[in-house]
Write a protein that binds this ligand. Structure first.
Ligand SMILES: *Cc1c(COP(=O)(O)O)cnc(C)c1O
Length: 375
């Protein structure tokens, strides 16, 4: 086995297997598997975590984002052909949620230092068709500042957070509701509990968090065939529900989220203090925000050689993401956009181990290995 694995879901799950088994057994014994108490309980827990009025469980993170936008369409806030600002460097699911609803993504360059959307570039991309901004708290770093909040207010734009990678993070600047916690900063947020995320289910799961009662109700109905009351279908809905089993398991795992995030911050600090190789660019540690380090992302011009070097030295690594959404074969219509910063990031990033299965000692050893790399 590799000495410093990138991530092993088995190793992450085994220490709490007994508790998870007990939660699963309770669901099995209850004979109730969809739309029950476990989902309601998890939604309650998530509301408390994100400090929002509403949380609606969904089948996964992409569906959470799709349902938010579909909800805005049903409410008449958005319509086919309207534009949404989106960072050019993100996981493709962010963009898929937009185009699935026949809305138009307007790609805006990220900041080369934060790797998040460069909020100073938003205003120049706004047109009469712009209805919202989809921010992504990429790698667990909140993308939120005064510039963003002001531009959203000025043009009356909805701000939707893609909180898939940042559950439990805190921005340095409050959201519309005075909240600092990601998932509760904007008008609505899509959360993902894909197994590799900081709060991972044992399968697919997601949720919408929001303070908007109308939106929460529409999303809930849309996720359940468009039905608000049984056999009354308000919308031509979907089936995108969170199930009782995943909800029960997630409520157990949520008890460990804070410790997981704190451990990741410790490892990030060790990497940050110990890695000194001039060929390697480290991610920004934001002093005022609370990052949750879904990924610890280095950048280097010699990525191929660095990757081979890490592999030779038994250090697991991964590239998130090697190709930006606008260059994917499914988005040929955007292939000619000039987005050099997004491309530069895609060509240079590499993630190293950062999870509860990496010890502080491991992190020091990994940093030493990285310092011995001759770029
Ligand atoms: C994982 C992820 C998603 C999608 O979540 P799923 O639960 O896998 O559907 C969306 N956006 C970002 C940034 C993600 O990392």
């Amino acid at each position: 086995m590799i000495k410093y694995p990138f991530l092993s879901l088995k190793e992450l799950t085994t220490p709490i297997a007994e508790e998870l088994n007990a939660a699963a057994a309770e669901v099995i014994d209850s004979g109730w598997f969809v739309n029950g108490k476990k989902v309601a309980q998890f939604e309650e827990n998530l509301k408390n975590l994100c400090k929002t009025e509403y949380a609606v469980g969904t089948s996964n993170g992409l569906d959470a984002l799709r349902l938010i936008l579909r909800g805005y369409i049903e409410l008449g806030v958005m319509k086919e052909g309207d534009e949404l600002i989106v960072p050019a460097d993100t996981y493709i699911a962010t963009v898929l949620a937009i185009t699935d609803n026949k809305l138009v993504p307007v790609f805006v360059e990220p900041d080369i230092n934060t790797l998040n959307l460069d909020t100073s570039l938003i205003e120049s991309h706004i047109t009469p068709k712009t209805k919202g901004i989809m921010v992504v708290h990429l790698y667990g770093s909140p993308c939120w500042d005064e510039t963003l909040v002001n531009v959203a207010k000025k043009y009356n734009l909805k701000v939707i957070e893609d909180n898939a990678q940042a559950i439990g993070a805190k921005a340095k600047y409050p959201g519309f509701s005075g909240n600092f916690i990601t998932g509760g900063l904007g008008d609505a947020a899509g959360n993902s509990f894909y197994p590799t995320k900081n709060l991972g289910a044992l399968g697919d799961a997601g949720a919408v968090t929001t303070n908007d009662k109308e939106l929460a109700e529409v999303v809930k109905a849309l996720s359940n065939y468009g039905s608000n009351v049984r056999y009354n279908n308000l919308y031509q809905g979907l089936n995108c529900r969170l199930d009782e089993m995943q909800a029960a398991l997630l409520s157990v795992k949520m008890n460990y989220l804070e410790a997981e995030n704190a451990h990741r911050r410790k490892l990030a600090a060790i990497y940050n203090n110990t890695i000194t190789n001039p060929a390697i660019i480290k991610p920004l540690i934001e002093r005022e925000a609370v990052q949750v380090w879904h990924q610890y992302v280095l950048r280097t011009e010699n990525r191929d050689r660095f990757k081979a070097y890490l592999t030779e030295n038994d250090v697991g690594c991964d590239i998130l993401y090697p190709v930006p959404p606008h260059l994917q074969p499914c988005y040929k219509e955007y292939a000619n956009l000039h987005l050099p910063v997004a491309c530069e990031i895609a060509n240079t990033v590499i993630s190293i181990p950062i999870s509860s299965m990496t010890s502080e000692q491991d992190a020091k050893e990994i940093a030493d290995i990285i310092n011995s790399f001759r770029g």
